[in-house]
Design a protein around this ligand. Structure first.
Ligand code: ATP
Length: 370
């Protein structure tokens, strides 16, 4: 990604000093300095007040304060500067998906959340990831494509929602907790949907995606059906997915399934942004110690083996279940809590991983079929 030009109104000598300091500030998620990452957009001075314009390519609102303080401390070392006035914007780039599937109107980036098997907490993670991206400042939608158990209507508290069409062509999504949401569960009963075979189910889901009147979105999170069968493969080919997040639990059997998930995405050239290990540990309510009832290290080992990041590990915690099952997921139920902070960290890592995907690696990879 070539950095955006900086609107620089500083006198030359001061400009050199300021840019040198900014070039020493490393963004922890992009692992680049603020100048080369294109985050610094404008520089000006009014008396001894430096006016700094930043634009982040991934949502990280909860970190703004800390970052501005760090920058102010670093820049205040310069004699010419007494204070720093910082304006921060979020400008999420649209990452071009690898396949042939046409882009979805209004949607910049599609993130697929998948799991090799059911019951690992994929939907819970997808919803909280979407809410965490929104809490960090992004415009976010959710498509519930989990044909075997659409849970988004319950998880967002919009079980009774019935989509209507105002133009006779597209359907209006539901809006809940700041997210735009569409679910296969709004359209058909569970019994109807579960008998659909692969291509038919995938076709219905693609139609649902394209015939929803999404508002302008930075991210659309798709809660994929669990597993790596026909539906998942067809969906991955027919939807312009920019990147995938694979959810697993620590048990061997779940991580083996997660590996199948990664292999499937590799096959259809969808980059895996990382792994989330759910129900990774349990904090003992008596003594506060961290216990690993399902073993430990499975997500990490899978991440290392496939050279993808471990985006985070979440505890087995009754508060997560109660919140999501009551239509008020953790990130909105307790926005300042430790669990919400973990989901936000996963959201920042996921979104930043998408940004780094768009940068040329400098490596040319040739794939030979032998
Ligand atoms: N970290 C967690 N701690 C406690 N309960 C959790 C956690 N994650 C998910 N759950 C609970 O586990 C159950 C299954 O979660 P969820 O529906 O998200 O799984 P899933 O992988 O999407 O399943 P499926 O794909 O079969 O629909 C839900 O009741 C949910 O509230």
């Amino acid at each position: 990604m070539s950095p955006n030009p900086i609107q620089n109104q500083l006198p030359e000598a001061l400009s050199g000093q300021v840019l040198e300091i900014l070039a020493q500030q490393i963004d922890p998620y992009l692992e680049q300095n603020l100048v080369e990452a294109g985050i610094v957009r404008s520089l000006d001075i009014d008396g001894r007040c430096l006016k700094l314009g930043l634009a982040y390519p991934y949502p990280c609102q909860s970190k703004y304060r800390q970052r501005v303080m760090g920058l102010t401390n670093a820049l205040a070392k310069l004699e010419a500067i007494e204070e720093v006035e910082c304006e921060i914007d979020l400008q999420v780039p649209a990452i071009t998906a690898a396949g042939q599937a046409p882009q979805v109107k209004g949607v910049k980036n599609i993130i697929a959340v998948s799991s090799g098997k059911g019951g690992v907490g994929k939907s819970t993670t997808a919803i909280n990831l979407a809410l965490a991206l929104a809490a960090e400042g992004a415009r976010v939608g959710v498509l519930d494509a989990d044909i075997h158990g659409p849970s988004v209507p319950i998880m967002l508290g919009v079980k009774e929602f019935q989509p209507v069409s105002t133009d006779g062509k597209t359907m209006e999504p539901a809006f809940a907790h700041g997210l735009a949401a569409m679910s296969i569960g709004f359209m058909v009963s569970e019994d109807q949907a579960t008998v659909w075979r692969g291509p038919m189910a995938a076709g219905a889901l693609v139609q649902l995606l394209n015939e929803t009147n999404w508002p302008d979105l930075d991210y659309l999170v798709i809660d994929m059906p669990p597993g790596t069968g026909d539906i998942q493969l067809t969906l991955s080919q027919q939807v312009p997915v920019a990147g995938a997040v694979v959810v697993t639990t620590p048990q061997d059997i779940a991580t083996a399934d997660a590996r199948k998930g990664i292999t499937m995405f590799n096959k259809v050239n969808i980059p895996v942004l990382g792994i989330v290990e759910n129900m990774s540990y349990h904090i003992c309510s008596q003594c506060g110690s961290k216990e690993h009832p399902f073993g430990s290290g499975g997500g990490q080992a899978t991440a290392e083996r496939y050279n993808v990041p471990l985006l985070g590990d979440l505890p087995l915690n009754v508060a997560i279940r109660e919140a999501v099952d009551s239509g008020n997921p953790t990130v909105v139920a307790d926005p300042e809590g430790e669990l919400a902070s973990q989901y936000k960290s996963i959201a920042r890592k996921t979104a930043a991983a998408l940004v780094t995907l768009s940068e040329p690696s400098g490596l040319e990879i040739e794939i030979c079929e032998e």
